[in-house]
Design a protein around this ligand. Structure first.
Ligand code: OGA
Ligand code: MN
Length: 294
């Protein structure tokens, strides 16, 4: 089988064919995928149809798994999925469509804001793997933005201005922006705010990118208003159509993105009528495939 990498957006999204991860996730295959991710920042692998076990096993090759708290549940509600999997669906633990008043509906709304996964955690979060298990007939696309190209295109004076700045990131900030739920103190305590640099140098490629996730609430050392105005100005620049690609899902797709240099967001669909079952794994730290024999 020959692996082919075909750009689907000029600069940062590619489709990878000739790979069946269910039967072959050898080091050679994972290495080819990661090399493609260095060049592009998002890759689409069609027709993978992964099971939970397969998705978890493959993800582990790329780093250490981060575990999902799958917040947003009311007390007494069980998670639908095991903790290795982030539940990116509109389904409850019985796999039925979430009730109108279900708290998890509101929780997931924040995924529709531009963000990077887990920027609110002090960890070297790298790739996310999102598998499309059930895809609605229309809508529910996922948009991606290339934060390397955005950084490269910033005027030099802006690059100088942000070079040494950091921002405070908190999951509660993006949740509040998305309309809020009544967060419980036990939920809030699990994820205190963290500080992240605004300019990130990629450990593998050396390329710089700008960090603007909606979890960023303020800029360290700047007044709240001034910091938010700067974040808004940078976001206006970053979210121009030329930096964005929309992925339209087909069942069985596996999409992998590099959180170090992209942002993404979910988009609306008729979520009271159709099921959308997406399951995500996310990893941190250096890849592990190179440490095991092919
Ligand atoms: C995610 C996410 C958006 C979507 O899986 O991390 O933000 O389109 N998903 O479901
Ligand atoms: Mn996300």
């Amino acid at each position: 089988m020959t692996i082919s990498v075909t750009p689907v957006s000029d600069a940062f999204v590619a489709r990878i064919d000739g790979v069946d991860l269910r039967t072959d996730h050898s080091s050679a295959v994972l290495c080819a995928i990661e090399n493609a991710l260095d060049r592009f920042a998002v890759v689409v692998l069609p027709a993978q149809h992964l099971s939970d076990d397969e998705q978890i096993e493959i993800s582990k090759g790329f780093g250490d798994l981060s575990y999902a708290l799958n917040h947003g549940r009311s007390v007494g509600q069980n998670a639908r999925l095991r903790p290795e999997l982030y539940d990116i669906s509109n389904l409850d633990e019985k796999h039925g469509i979430l009730g109108e008043a279900d708290r998890r509906r509101q929780w997931r709304e924040a995924d529709k804001l531009w963000h990077t996964d887990r920027s609110f955690i002090d960890a070297d979060t790298t790739y996310s793997f999102l598998s499309g298990r059930i895809v609605p007939p229309t809508g529910g696309d996922t948009d991606f933005a290339d934060m390397r190209a955005v950084y490269d295109d910033l005027p030099q004076e802006m690059k100088d201005r942000i070079a040494n700045l950091s921002a405070v990131h908190s999951i509660w900030h993006s949740r509040a922006l998305a309309g809020g739920v009544d967060f419980r103190s036990d939920e809030i305590a699990t994820m205190p705010p963290v500080v992240q640099p605004m300019v990130r140098v990629h450990a593998r490629t050396g390329r710089r990118s700008i960090v603007l996730a909606s979890h960023a609430s303020e800029i360290v050392g700047m007044g709240l208003e001034e910091g938010r105005a700067l974040l808004a100005e940078l976001k206006d620049f970053a979210l121009q159509p030329r930096y964005i690609h929309s992925h339209v899902w087909t069942e069985g797709d596996l999409v992998i993105w590099d959180n170090r240099c992209t942002m993404h967001r979910g988009t609306a669909f008729d979520d009271k009528t159709y099921r959308r079952d997406m399951r995500r794994t996310t990893v941190q730290g250096p890849s592990r495939y190179a440490r095991t024999a092919a």
